[in-house]
Design a protein around this ligand. Sequence first.
Ligand SMILES: Cc1cc2nc3c(=O)[nH]c(=O)nc-3n(C[C@H](O)[C@H](O)[C@H](O)COP(=O)(O)O)c2cc1C
Length: 229
Amino acid sequence: MTELEAIQARHSVRKYIDEPIKAEKVKTLQACIDKCNRMGGLHLQLITDEPIAFGNGIDLPKYGKFEGVSNYIALVAPKGSEGDELTGYYGEKVVLLAQTLGLNSCWVGLTFKKVKTAYSVAQGEELKGVIALGYGVTQGVQHPQKKTINDVAVNKSGKPFSEWFVRGIEAALLAPTAVNQQKFELFLHSDNRVEAKTKFSFIGYTHIDLGIAKCHFELAAGKENFNWK
Ligand SMILES: Cc1cc2nc3c(=O)[nH]c(=O)nc-3n(C[C@H](O)[C@H](O)[C@H](O)COP(=O)(O)O)c2cc1C
């Protein structure tokens, strides 16, 4: 499975079977996390065999009920919105890798318990949330598409949208966002420059969501076709 296929195949999965992640997959994920940490200045940590974070039945009505989670990535990163966006961008790289390895995942900002002995947080850093990982009971379902291309794409280029831009937008609309809020906009400017902006949300998490959407956009649009503004 390629990363592009993983974008299509990935859906949030909240119920997992009781099976440890195979050692070679753990190694592959760890290598990717190490690289992401180096590139993004992050402190993402793979936690395996730790059932407490999802063990206490913390759930919100109809939302966020997890079962069988004992592996997750602790999303520790520099405080602030820049750290949020980098967490989204690089965290989603790990999510897509996990999908290509036959694993399932779910980003979790709220409905888990912080187990502070499981990960470390240095000065200036914070835990932004976690990503649950494992072998799903199911593969999940496609999220309802509340937004269309026209809701999230803004043309400032003076020319019709190019094919690569539309491909990027379609992939961004498949990105996971907190409560599927999709509060982002992607602007096409002249000279193939693309700008990504958050929109207002009462819920928050918009900068993490934006980083995730940028990861999807970039993979589908092709880095060779544009520059971020
Ligand atoms: C930043 C972020 C925070 C999230 N927090 C939670 C959460 O606390 N609990 C939960 O069950 N799902 C959470 N989700 C998962 C979203 O509900 C899910 O991604 C969204 O509904 C879209 O569905 P999909 O991932 O299947 O495409 C979160 C997703 C993101 C990106």
